[in-house]
Design a protein around this ligand. Structure first.
Ligand code: PEP
Length: 245
């Protein structure tokens, strides 16, 4: 099996105003050398346009969410068509913070992913178990059930991010073996809807990834990159992670 191109996806969460985002992009441009890896920045909506204009060529931008609706009376929502209009490539859907604080269900996540695809965006669908589930030893079954629900009707132009909730922003990282266990299980599960195309779908790991652990995690046979939160804010860390891959 040839591994798909590695994706280093940065999730800034609710950090960086548009001017800060442009300054970050200018700083990145000074040290960035295009690696074999694809780099993409998931920025707040307000920063997307200026960021895409300022980033070095070949670096993509993504949104951290997208509306499940096409257009109309949905105050506060941002549509997939609007994102496409500002040259956005990816949309994260089902991040655990949205599932937890905004009550997003698997059905809503799947609807958002379908809407993103309808407008040419690639959804990054996040799944992963909480600490209680892991301690009961039910993490594989739980994550695969969440995956199936979140991919209902979703086409193969998709990225999956396995993000155990207990490892997000906590400094606790899953071991490379833990990441591979779930990435392999996810890959197998992807064969059901997508057949042989499952091998070309990127499965990322996310959860306290940093410059010193990214290489061993992404070297696992079924791990095709990382979704990085905290360590994505400083350019020096991003350049170090890019160089480590
Ligand atoms: C995330 O927000 O998706 C994430 C993985 O965060 P962190 O790297 O800070 O754990």
């Amino acid at each position: 099996m040839t591994k798909p191109r590695t994706l280093l996806a940065l999730n800034w969460k609710m950090n960086k105003a548009p001017t800060e985002a442009r300054a970050w992009a200018r700083e990145l441009a000074q040290g960035y050398e295009r690696a074999p890896v694809e780099l993409a920045v998931m920025a707040p909506f307000t920063a997307l346009y200026g960021l895409k204009e300022t980033l070095p060529g070949g670096v993509d931008v993504g949104a951290q969410d997208v509306s499940a609706h096409e257009s109309g009376a949905y105050t506060g929502e941002i549509s997939a068509a609007m994102l496409r209009d500002v040259h956005v490539t990816y949309a994260v859907v089902g991040h655990s913070e949205r599932r937890e604080y905004h009550g997003e269900t698997d059905a809503v996540v799947a609807a958002k992913a379908r809407r993103a695809q309808a407008h040419g965006l690639t959804p990054i669908v996040c799944v992963g178990e909480g600490l209680d589930v892991r301690e009961r030893g039910e993490h594989v079954a739980y994550t695969l059930a969440q995956l199936r629900g979140s991919l209902e009707g979703v086409a193969e132009n998709v990225v999956i991010a396995y993000e155990p909730v207990w490892a997000i922003g906590t400094g606790k990282t899953a071991t490379a073996d833990d990441a591979e266990e779930l990435a392999a299980a996810i890959r197998e599960a992807l064969r059901e809807p997508y057949g042989a195309l499952a091998d070309s779908i990127r499965v990322l790991y996310g959860g306290s990834v940093k410059p010193d652990n990214i290489a061993s995690i992404c070297a696992q046979p079924n791990v095709n990159g990382a979704l990085v939160g905290g360590a994505s804010l400083k350019v020096a860390d991003v350049l170090a992670m890019n160089a480590a891959l």
